[in-house]
Design a protein around this ligand. Structure first.
Ligand code: BES
Ligand code: ZN
Ligand code: ZN
Length: 497
C-alpha cells in the first residue's frame, strides 16, 4: 500500500528518489516552490530543464539526475501549462501522469507552491489514482513489472488542519476508486455474484454500513423476476445486495443502484467473441456502489445512503431465458425479452422498484448498460439521463464537481413507443436507434412518478481498452465512484434533489 504524507522539510532537503516540480508556461518559466530550493540551485535546475527541452506545456514530463543540486537523486519537471487559469481536473491529471511515469521508483516528493486544501486534495487524488497497478493475477511476469511508488510526500504543513483534512479526503476517495478498479479487473471466474456479495460484506467490515444479501431462494420467494430470469442460464446463482449507511440525524435518503453483471456473454443472444473480451467489466456499476459506500461511511456526510446491487452472471446455459420469454419484474410489470443481451435493464428494473418501495428522496443508478453509449459519446464521456431534466442536470453538476466526464442526454418521448410489446407491458429492446436513450426509457418505466431519478450509462468510461492517460489506467477505471460520493455529500448539503 502506498503511503502519502505532508512534509514541512524544505524540498531541497528531502531524501527521496525523485523530486517532482512544476514548470509553467504563461509568462516566465520557473520552478514552482517557495524558497524551499535555494536560489542558486533553482537557477541551475531551471537551466538544465530548459537544456533538456522542457517548456512547461501541460502534461510534459522531463527527468534529469539532480547532480547534488538537491538531496533527491532525480528531478522530474512536470508541465503545468498556463497556471493563470487554475483547473483542478488538470492538476489531478498532471499529478496522475507524473506518478504513472515514475512506476518502479520507491519514493517521490511533490513540491507544492501554494499548499491550500483544494490543491493538496487534487494533487494527492491525482497522484494516488495515477499510481495504480493491478498485479494480483500475474505469475512469473510479476517481478518484471514496475511496482507503484511506495511513498509519496507533499510539501505543505502537517500541522495545518485544512491541509490534513484535504489529504485525508483525497486518500479516502482515491482508495475507493482504486478498489473499484480492482473489482472490475478481477477475472469473472473469481468474482461471481456470491463473491461480489462476500466482497461487499468484507469491504464494510468495521464500517457503519449494514449489509443484507438476498440469495436465490429469497429472490424467488419475493418474485424478483428480472434478476432470476437473467441469472437462470448460469451455474452461479444471482444475488441482490443491500447496503445501508444511516448516520444519526440524517434527514434525507439517497438510493444508489449499480448493475452487477459479473460476466455478460449475452446469454442465448450470444455476443461475438471480440465483444465478450471485456465483459468482466459489466459489474462496474456494482463496484462503484460498494466502493462509494465504503468512502461515504468514512467521510460521514449526514445523509442516509442505501446501496442496491442486483448481481447475476448472464450465461447461455440449458436453463437460460429465451428470446420471446415473458418475465415479471418485481412489483408486477411484465417484460417480453426479445434480446437476452439487453439484460442489465431487467435486473435494474427489479432493483429500482425495490429501492423505490423504501421511498428514498432520490435514486441514482450507474450501469455499463449499452454499447450505444460509446457510439454516442465515445469512450470517456458517460451519459446522464433522467425523467426530470432539472434533476438530471443537478446530478450532472455533482459529477462535474467530482471530476468525472459526463454529458446530459435526453429520454425522448418517442423512445417509449419503440418499447411497446404486442403481448406484454413492455419489451426489452427498442428499434435499434438511440440505444442508450431507449435503455433509459425502459428504466424510467419502473421509477415511480415524481421520484427524482438519474441514470448514468458508463459502458465506455468504465473500462479503458486503450493506453493509460492522466490518472486513468488501462482496464477498470472506477467510473461513477466519485460521482456517487459527491451525490451523497451534495444531498447532505441540500444541493440535491
Ligand atoms: N453490457 C452490455 C453493454 C456494454 C457494451 C457495456 C460495451 C460495455 C461495453 C449490455 O448488456 C448489452 O449487451 N447491451 C446491448 C443492448 C442491445 C441488445 C439492445 C448492446 O448495447 O448491444
Ligand atoms: Zn448484455
Ligand atoms: Zn450487460
Amino acid at each position: 500500500m502506498t503511503s502519502i504524507a505532508l512534509t514541512s522539510t524544505p524540498a531541497a532537503d528531502l531524501a527521496v528518489d525523485a523530486l517532482i516540480i512544476g514548470i509553467t508556461t504563461g509568462g516566465k518559466k520557473h520552478v514552482e516552490g517557495p524558497p524551499a530550493i535555494p536560489d542558486k540551485a533553482r537557477k541551475d535546475i531551471e537551466r538544465d530543464l530548459e537544456l533538456l527541452g522542457a517548456t512547461g506545456k501541460l502534461g510534459e514530463i522531463t527527468r534529469m539526475p539532480s547532480r547534488g543540486l538537491v538531496k533527491a537523486r532525480m528531478i522530474v519537471g512536470i508541465g503545468l501549462g498556463d497556471v493563470r487559469i487554475l483547473d483542478y481536473e488538470k492538476v489531478r491529471r498532471t499529478a496522475g501522469s507524473a506518478l504513472r511515469s515514475l512506476a518502479g521508483i520507491k519514493s517521490v516528493a511533490i513540491v507544492i507552491t501554494l499548499p491550500d486544501g483544494p490543491r493538496i486534495e487534487a494533487i494527492a487524488e491525482g497522484a494516488l489514482l495515477g499510481n495504480y497497478a493491478f498485479h494480483a493475477f500475474r505469475g512469473k511476469s510479476a517481478d518484471s513489472q514496475p511496482a507503484p511508488v511506495e511513498k509519496i510526500l507533499l510539501t505543505g504543513d502537517p500541522k495545518d488542519k485544512e491541509q490534513v483534512a484535504a489529504l485525508e479526503r483525497a486518500q479516502i476517495i482515491a482508495n475507493a476508486v482504486n478498489y473499484a478498479r480492482d473489482l472490475v479487473n478481477t477475472p469473472p471466474s473469481a468474482l461471481p455474484p456470491e463473491e461480489i456479495a462476500q466482497e461487499a460484506i468484507a469491504a464494510m467490515k468495521k464500517l457503519p454500513v449494514r449489509v443484507e444479501v438476498w440469495d436465490e431462494a429469497h429472490l424467488e420467494e419475493e418474485e424478483f423476476g428480472g434478476i432470476l430470469a437473467v441469472g437462470q442460464g448460469s451455474a452461479n446463482p444471482p444475488r441482490l445486495i443491500r447496503l445501508e449507511y444511516a448516520p444519526r440525524g440524517a434527514k434525507r435518503t439517497v438510493a444508489l443502484i449499480g448493475k452487477g453483471v459479473t460476466f455478460d456473454s449475452g446469454g442465448l443472444s450470444l455476443k461475438p467473441p471480440k465483444s465478450m473480451e471485456t465483459m468482466k467489466c459489466d459489474m462496474s456499476g456494482a463496484a462503484a456502489v460498494i466502493a462509494a459506500m465504503g468512502a461515504i461511511a468514512r467521510l460521514k456526510p449526514k445523509v442516509r445512503v442505501v446501496g442496491w446491487i442486483p448481481t447475476v452472471e448472464n450465461m447461455p446455459g440449458g436453463h437460460a431465458q429465451r428470446p420471446g420469454d415473458v418475465i415479471t419484474i418485481y412489483g408486477g410489470r411484465t417484460v417480453e425479452v426479445l434480446n437476452t443481451d439487453a439484460e442489465g435493464r431487467l435486473i435494474l428494473a427489479d432493483a429500482i422498484v425495490r429501492a423505490s418501495e423504501e421511498k428514498p428522496d432520490l435514486i441514482v443508478d450507474a450501469a455499463t448498460l449499452t454499447g450505444a453509449q460509446t457510439i454516442a459519446l465515445g469512450d470517456r464521456t458517460s451519459g446522464v439521463m433522467g425523467r426530470s431534466d432539472e434533476f438530471r442536470d443537478k446530478v450532472w453538476e455533482s459529477s462535474q464537481r467530482a471530476g468525472e466526464i459526463m454529458w446530459h442526454m435526453p429520454i425522448p418521448e418517442e423512445s417509449r413507443g419503440t418499447l411497446d410489446s404486442p403481448i406484454a407491458d413492455i419489451k426489452n429492446i427498442g428499434d435499434g436507434k438511440g440505444g442508450m436513450l431507449s435503455a433509459a426509457a425502459f428504466l424510467a418505466e419502473f421509477v415511480p412518478d415524481g421520484l427524482p431519478w438519474a441514470h448514468l450509462d458508463i459502458a465506455g468510461p468504465a473500462f479503458n481498452e486503450g493506453g493509460p492517460h492522466g490518472y486513468t489506467p488501462k482496464g477498470g477505471t472506477g467510473a461513477a465512484v466519485r460521482t456517487f460520493i459527491q451525490v451523497a455529500e451534495d444531498t447532505a448539503e441540500g444541493l440535491l434533489p
